[in-house]
Write a protein that binds this ligand. Structure first.
Ligand code: GAP
Length: 436
């Protein structure tokens, strides 16, 4: 993990937030490559779940919502963590920490006795809307994007007239005042979610849940995560959230242990019933064929953008021995790699070569995310591009001036092909658009 954190900083993927002021703990900023990778993850998710599905509609609800939303959802009442502090080492311990069960008055971190009484702590961030800071103006930063979709159920019925099953999909920020954040970007207080709320007939919910678990599992595999690093873990009855009848987590084998990337839950009709009760609106679905009115069940695949990005980074990280050197390379899937092509002049002191390389880069930029770099020798330039996962390096050399050809180096195999400049776009298109 330390290697990933260091590469992220060194190469401009992820920086500590407000670093020049000493940083704000557990908050992170995505740099030039990080934002591209994150956008590519989100685009791949949107493509698979919105563009390639006939029955899912995209949404972008606001972060601030009516406070009643969080009463109806159960978050005001029961979105708590219970924690203890160690009086000796000052570490904060969540009460569901398994290590604590073994010895209740012993700190699992320093092993000494002396823990505070359990304290309850609501995870929602509070703020005030408008100039007066009182109870009436209290609003919350949403702790999940899901509720923005439930409260728009009626708007979707009225505007799109969909038939069951259908879904809503949304990507956006969520905030939780976590008691024990950590493990780099894995658990933070500000993060992004990718959520689908899929409305189904109650009798079809179990089957649809299984279908969604398979579909979401395949999504990670299709984007290159190694099979041995991914698993499904069904929840036991006692760990289910208050709204869920069943839930399966997709977990990744991080250095700190198997950990949740996404949960796929059967939320039953809990949410629509609760919002109908609190809003006094009729949120039932009318089935035109059977003439029945009922609350649909909701299947919810809910994943974290930041956790996916971290898993893709960790999984793609490779160290390879090349001659007497170690090559660090990020073997990211082609759809996720921040940069597709880098154009590198072999000799930067030859203006004709530099000019030709810049012209080629400018041309390729129209089709692919391309960078031009002449700030070091070719060996160093290759190493830089490998470390950020650039798929192809195009090298322009002295011979290119004569034969109008360039060398294209493949990131993973390091194989080099000599390609005619006027065929370069076509060659790269084929590689980038068709090869898995
Ligand atoms: N709407 C259901 C829901 O929010 P969740 O399991 O609490 O379920 C869903 O969150 C996903 O959001 C998790 O699988 C994880 O990927 C991401 N997530 C939750 N809390 C997070 C945190 N503190 N930091 C980063 N990602 C988080």
């Amino acid at each position: 993990m330390q290697k990933i954190v260091s590469l992220c900083k060194r190469r401009g993927f992820i920086f500590q937030s407000s670093e020049i002021y000493g940083g704000l703990s557990n908050t992170w900023d995505y740099g030039p490559y990080g934002v591209e990778l994150k956008n590519n993850v989100k685009a791949a998710w949107w493509k698979a779940n919105v563009y390639e599905c006939d029955d899912i509609f995209g949404m972008d609800a606001s972060i601030l919502m009516h406070p009643k939303v969080w009463e109806a959802s159960g978050h005001v009442e029961s979105f708590f963590d219970i924690y203890l502090d160690c009086l000796n080492c000052k570490k904060r311990i969540k009460v569901n920490d398994p290590a604590l069960k073994k010895a209740t008055n012993t700190c699992p971190y320093c092993g000494k006795s002396g823990l505070t009484d359990p304290r309850k702590f609501n995870l929602m961030f509070k703020t005030y809307q408008g100039p007066i800071e009182d109870e009436a103006s209290l609003v919350y930063l949403r702790p999940e994007t899901a509720q923005g979709m439930f409260v728009n159920f009626l708007n979707i019925l009225d505007s799109k007239h969909p038939k069951l099953p259908f879904g809503l999909a949304q990507i956006g920020k969520a905030f939780r005042n976590e008691v024990t954040p950590g493990n780099f970007t894995f658990r933070t207080r500000e993060f992004e979610q990718m959520e689908i709320e899929y409305f189904v007939k109650p009798q079809e919910a179990d089957k649809k849940l299984e279908e969604w678990i398979e579909s979401r599992f395949s999504w990670y595999l299709n984007l290159g995560i190694k099979k041995e690093n991914l698993r499904k873990r069904p929840h036991t009855k006692d760990e289910l959230a208050h709204y869920a009848k069943a839930c399966t987590d997709i977990e990744y084998n991080f250095a700190f242990g198997w950990s949740e990337l996404e949960g796929i839950a059967n939320r039953t009709d809990f949410d629509l019933r609760e919002h109908a009760k609190f809003s006094s609106k009729d949120l039932k679905y009318f089935d035109e064929t059977t003439k029945e009115k009922f609350y649909p069940y909701i299947i919810e695949p809910s994943g974290g953008v930041d956790r996916s990005v971290l898993a893709f980074l960790v999984d793609a990280y490779h160290e390879e021995k090349v001659k007497d050197d170690i090559r660090v390379v990020l073997k990211l899937h082609k759809d996720l790699a921040p940069i597709k092509v880098a154009v590198l002049p072999l000799l930067k002191n030859r203006p004709e070569i530099v000019e030709l390389a810049k012209r080629i880069a400018q041309d390729l930029k129209k089709c692919f995310i391309t960078v031009y770099d002449d700030t070091a020798g070719i060996g160093k330039l290759y190493r830089r591009q490998d470390e950020v996962g650039t798929l192809y390096c195009v090298t322009v050399d002295v011979q290119s001036l004569e034969d109008k050809q360039v060398t294209v180096r493949d990131r993973d195999t390091m194989q080099q092909d000599r390609i005619s400049i006027d065929k370069l776009r076509e060659y790269l298109s084929k590689k980038l658009n068709t090869e898995g």
